[in-house]
Write a protein that binds this ligand. Structure first.
Ligand SMILES: C[S@@+](CC[C@H](N)C(=O)[O-])C[C@H]1O[C@@H](n2cnc3c(N)ncnc32)[C@H](O)[C@@H]1O
Length: 456
């Protein structure tokens, strides 16, 4: 299995269900020796595309969301695209737990399997354990064919045998006590990540975060759900609740200026969700910049679809190198690049890409961007620093470096007038020491952090 995976599984997924039955007959691996091309032809388009995308994500050659919206899925019917999406997102979410389930049946549980073989097993186990409507024989035989098509014909017997064992495994015993390591694995998270959340937020909240990360994110936890009519050219941008909350706080924090337009800088703007909200709510002169020219281009396309964003200026530039001629701003949104650990339900592969060392690197970059942005804040101007990270190194520790000449304004002061916030929606537990700190599974949206700083 992949390096870096943890100990053996503890609790079977899909508890309470009967073991899956296979159609009696010859095992899928017992057929005549087929070529890779013949095997490929036997795999359904959705599984083939999901397999290709998962291989690319595993090799760090793309992001699941972008790949699922790319050329590979264009040829698929809508039903196949839905199946491919469910397979990709589900396998990434459950990878750690699935590998643990498979590993116990390997002759040598610590053996490193070639990635296509490990992936064929993972995809098969996912379908067997999490997709009720897929017949077990289809999950099994197509996994065998994927393994063969990927150039590993000698592993097909092993894939077949192991998936049969996974399907036949008994319902696990009820848990009386579950260690952090055990629930991290059961819920498909790296143990080090969950241990940090237990240390920072307590065991109960860490468990809720993990559970939320394993489910499809739904809108409408914090805000009244929009209907489709609300998202036309002059209407609300489509965005998740956590992003919207941060953008609404930023807009509400805009200071009053007299006799001129408010000057707004969104300094890490792409793909532009919060830029749109700032343009809609503040009606100021908005400059939206991003270091990535590619992401900025995508953002421009998005801005064009909303009439109120017509006046937004865009610029490809490092936030730390904004030309002096741009002057100072009354409102700056510093929505910095971060680990994204508050968005695992949407971006499941983050759990494999993030490391403790990477957190340190992110924090260095965030301090640099924040420091540069603060220098461009006009007297009386306000800056919102935000991340979608749950890690204090990227949040409290970064804003803790803000020095003399600035004061923090508690975010609670801006929550009152936010349009569309759910009636009775309680965000009081999400405001800690004057900062917004939402947790997935606890506060009804992704994990976000935001503070408001004013230049005095
Ligand atoms: C969290 S995303 C911003 C999301 C965006 N605010 C939104 O709501 O759609 C962070 C962005 O920062 C950009 N970025 C990274 N380093 C940067 C830098 N030094 N200066 C400006 N932008 C940077 C990345 O390209 C990425 O688009």
């Amino acid at each position: 299995m992949k390096p870096g995976k943890q100990g053996s599984g503890t609790r079977e997924q899909g508890a309470g269900k009967k073991p899956r039955q296979f159609v009696k007959g010859r095992p899928a691996s017992a057929g005549p020796t087929r070529s890779a091309a013949e095997a490929q032809a036997k795999v359904s388009p959705a599984r083939r595309v999901a397999f290709e995308i998962l291989l690319l994500v595993g090799a760090n050659k793309g992001h699941s969301d972008e790949l699922l919206h790319g050329v590979r899925t264009e040829e698929l019917s809508e039903a196949d695209r839905n199946l491919a999406t469910a397979l990709v997102m589900g396998v990434l979410r459950w990878e750690i737990a699935l590998d643990a389930r498979v590993r116990v049946h390997l002759q040598r549980p610590d053996q490193a399997l070639p990635e296509p073989v490990a992936l064929a097993l993972r995809m098969g186990a996912f379908q067997l354990q999490h997709m009720d409507r897929i017949p077990a024989h289809a999950a099994l035989s197509e996994s065998v064919e994927l393994c063969r098509a990927a150039g590993h014909p000698h592993a097909t017997g092993m894939v077949n045998a192991i998936l049969r064992k996974v399907a036949a495994a008994q319902k696990p015993k009820e848990r009386i006590f579950e260690s952090v390591a055990a629930f991290a694995e059961r819920l498909g998270h790296p143990r080090w990540m969950v241990e940090r959340w237990v240390a920072n937020y307590g065991r109960d909240k860490a468990l809720k975060i993990c559970e939320a990360d394993q489910t499809e994110p739904v809108a409408g936890g914090v805000f009244e759900a929009l209907d489709n009519g609300d998202q036309g050219a002059g209407k609300m941008p489509q965005m998740d609740d956590g992003s919207r909350l941060v953008a609404e706080i930023a807009a509400a924090a805009a200071p009053a200026v007299e006799g001129r337009a408010l000057r707004v800088w969104d300094c890490c703007a792409a793909p532009g969700g919060k830029t749109l909200m700032l343009a809609l709510r503040t009606k100021g002169e908005v400059l939206a910049s991003d270091v990535s020219a590619r992401r900025l281009e995508q953002m421009k396309g998005r801005l064009r679809r909303h009439s109120y964003a017509e006046g937004v200026r865009t610029l490809a530039v490092d936030a730390a190198a904004l030309p002096a001629s741009e002057g100072e701003f009354d409102l700056i949104l510093c929505d910095v690049p971060c680990s994204g650990t508050g968005t695992l339900a949407r971006n499941p592969e983050i759990r494999f890409r993030m490391t403790q060392e990477e957190l340190g690197r992110q924090a260095g970059r965030q301090r640099e961007i924040l420091g540069a942005a603060l220098k461009r804040l006009a007297p009386g101007g306000r800056l919102v620093y935000s991340t979608c990270s749950l890690e204090p190194e990227e949040n409290e520790a970064v804003v803790g470096t803000v020095g003399d000449g600035f004061r923090r304004i508690p975010v609670g002061e801006f929550l009152g007038g936010i349009p569309g916030l759910k009636e009775g929606g309680d965000l009081s537990s999400a405001v800690v020491d004057g900062a917004l700190r939402t947790l997935p599974g606890v506060d009804g949206c992704d994990g976000f952090f935001a503070v408001v700083v004013e230049r005095v």
